[in-house]
Design a protein around this ligand. Structure first.
Ligand code: NOJ
Length: 670
């Protein structure tokens, strides 16, 4: 792939270099461009540290930095050799996203450290301070004294000044990050996966995570034994216990601390993307966001099977029926799961049996793909690996050649097995390397990826915009069969502030029929209006309408899904409280229209939503899809009232949300 010349619309990268020979006692600061956030770093008693303030308010207390390497400690015995400062202010364009242009504005400080005795090895730490938070990374420069090395532990600390409430999912015992985010004081956490979202007080919210996870192990955090409000890094290990195998020159991912005054600030932060590298794909014209349906929910309902037999879902005939429906209702794609050899029997433990080039006899890939093409619809391919990463890697080229040749440009990948290749964790360096290989290979074949059971997203879609969306979340499928009854209503009021900060979420909303005959104790725990609102609240450039197509017949509210874009010029968050309610409005990239989603947890709520984000002096017509009379997610989830009214930028909408309900609104400029 050619290296991409990034389209920078306005780039005033100011390189202000102050090189200074520093003494060990010296502390050094760097401020955010607006002066509010102040980072101090230096070496104290031969150990590198950092601390962060917002004005006078301490956000991160004195926290240690460094590593434990296989051949010994690499966190003390340092002296500060040099400090460099640099600033950047640029605007870059997203091929797809929550807005068209992103401002990347920060002040940077690089601290060059050297061991005072012994091998005199060097370590650099780069800090970038933005108006919405801080990112820092370790750089191991090329040096004679350090070539290949092994990280046993990263020792980055986050010493929080308070034992605040935080939303997180446990690392141990959670498969594929598919758990319900729970709020509890930091000190009471076990090891948790990032993103971790912290409410320090009513004007201070933080998200701890990482950006640009490349050839490294995924980050988890664990409370320190003595001071339990201090979180320590706990990288995901290899099966042999090491965390990272590396050679100089080498950079760690960025450690990210998003800092906001309101929950909505967290959703609007683009710090994660700004800390990833510009796109490596030069021509992105083939990368197209859109809506899709699929032969999918029927499997979860027990109507179809992935494997062969009388209920096989992915037949030529059934797929053509789905293609007809997609063409009629303006969907871009049809996902087909269970089309290839390998599904018969227990595929979760026999992933190495999957063939990604051989179709089942009742599925004619060429015929179906060309039928889709004739209808202006794309087939979305599917590669479930059962976690057999090596088997998949061996077939990557042939599988993508086949899909490319029949005109399939989107592939959903999957890794259902607690371990990759029966050995390594999804979020380990092994997993991270595998997923990267898939994304890079797919890009060469002009294939977009929707990755399920991933390593946790870290904003990599900036560098590889063919990485469209990922799971790594407890998605809608849990409403079909989860033994605990399904996703509670608060779940989707938490995701935008937690997993959603990491990147696009393939949650797959849009179920219109809430019960499952196979699992009668499990159901969708929302109203239908809330299902609609999720298309705006949860960002994904590929959005699925998850239900079986027959369940959309004669449902006027389906028109919200078929009109809702998946690619946006602008995003605003008029109101939000984590776990309680969220209001998100987004402007379409292709028109002057806005779409608004408003959701609540298990409480009914009256919301007043100002439309002051609309253009002044313009008239719009709003179509409102609201919870109908007596709607209630438990007792009466189906009623939806559709109404129209003229609105403008002075309008304040009064929305009555049912328990577990929502409202979805299309606002068209007249
Ligand atoms: C789990 C995925 O999340 C789901 O979407 C998919 O249908 C199954 N694996 C089979 O690949």
């Amino acid at each position: 792939m050619k290296l991409y010349k990034i389209k920078v619309l306005l780039c005033t990268c100011l390189y202000i270099l102050f090189a200074a020979c520093a003494t060990n006692s010296q502390e050094n600061t760097v401020q955010s461009p607006n002066g509010e956030i102040i980072l101090t770093t230096g070496v104290s008693q031969d150990k590198p540290f950092y601390e962060i303030k917002r004005g006078k308010e301490i956000i991160i207390k004195h926290s240690n930095l460094g590593f434990r390497l296989k051949d010994g400690d690499f966190s003390h015995n340092f002296r500060l050799k040099k400090i460099e400062h640099r600033s950047c202010d640029e605007v870059w364009q997203e091929p797809w996203g929550q807005e068209e242009k992103v401002r990347n504005q920060y002040n940077e400080l690089t601290m060059q450290l050297e061991e005072q005795s012994g091998l005199h090895r060097q370590l650099y730490i780069v800090f970038r301070v933005f108006n919405d938070g801080v990112g820092f990374r370790y750089i191991f420069p090329q040096q004679e004294a350090m070539k290949d090395f092994v990280i046993m532990d990263e020792l980055t600390e986050y010493a929080l000044p308070w034992d605040a409430q935080a939303w997180s999912i446990p690392t141990n015992g959670t498969k594929y990050f598919e758990a319900l985010y729970k709020s509890s004081p930091v000190s009471q956490k076990d090891t948790v996966s990032t993103p971790v979202t912290i409410m320090a007080n009513d004007s201070l919210y933080l998200v701890l995570h990482e950006a640009n996870l490349t050839d490294y192990a995924g980050l988890n955090l664990t409370p320190e034994h003595q001071n339990k409000a201090t979180l320590q890094s706990a990288l995901t290990p290899w099966s042999t216990g090491e965390k990272v195998f590396a050679s100089t020159p080498f950079s760690s991912p960025w450690r990210t601390i998003i800092i906001g005054r309101k929950p909505s600030d967290l959703i609007l932060s683009r710090l994660m993307l700004n800390l990833n590298d510009p796109s490596r794909i030069e021509d992105t014209s083939w990368i197209t966001p859109g809506r899709y349906i699929g032969i999918w929910w029927g499997m979860h309902m027990g109507k179809y099977t992935w494997g062969q037999g009388p209920k096989h879902g992915a037949t030529t005939e059934n797929t053509m029926r789905y293609i007809d429906f997609a063409a009629k209702h303006g969907f871009n794609g049809v996902l087909v799961e269970g089309w290839n050899w390998g599904w018969d029997g227990d595929w979760t433990t026999h992933g190495d049996q999957f063939s990604f080039t051989r179709s089942f006899p009742d599925f004619d890939l060429g015929k179906v793909a060309s039928y889709a093409c004739s209808k202006g619809v794309e087939l979305i391919g599917h590669h479930e690996t059962g976690g057999a990463a090596r088997n998949y890697e061996a077939q990557l080229d042939s599988a993508y050649t086949l899909y490319h040749d029949v005109g399939v440009h989107i592939v959903k990948t999957g890794y259902v097995n607690p371990l990759l290749d029966n050995k390594e964790q999804h979020n380990s360096q092994y997993g991270v390397r595998h997923y990267r290989k898939v994304i890079e290979t797919a890009a060469r074949y002009h294939i977009m990826i929707d990755n399920h059971e991933p390593s946790m997203p870290t904003g990599l879609q900036r560098t590889y915009p063919n990485l469209m969306t990922q799971e790594g979340v407890r998605g809608q499928e849990y409403d079909a069969w989860s033994p605990d009854g399904g996703n509670p209503p608060e779940h989707t009021c938490i995701i935008p502030f937690t997993r959603g900060i990491a990147g696009p979420v393939d949650f797959t909303p849009g179920t219109f029929n809430f019960t499952n005959p196979v699992h009668p104790g499990t159901r969708v725990q929302t109203t239908v209006a809330k299902q609609l609102a999720l298309y705006v609240v949860l960002f994904s450039p590929l959005q699925m309408a998850s239900d079986m197509i027959e369940n959309y017949e004669n449902r006027p509210e389906f028109s919200f899904i078929t009109s809702c874009p998946t690619n946006w010029a602008k995003t605003v968050v008029p109101d939000a409280e984590i776990g309680k309610y969220v209001v998100v409005a987004r402007k379409d990239r292709k028109s002057e229209n806005w779409f608004l989603g408003c959701i609540t947890n298990e409480e009914a709520r009256h919301m007043q939503v100002s439309l002051d984000f609309l253009d002044k002096n313009s008239i719009y017509e709003a179509t409102l899809y609201c919870d109908g009379v007596n709607a209630d997610y438990q007792t009466n989830p189906y009623p939806v009232t559709i109404s129209r009214e003229k609105v403008n930028s002075d309008t304040i909408l009064n929305l009555q949300l049912a328990k577990g309900g929502g409202a979805a609104i299309r606002i068209e400029k007249r």
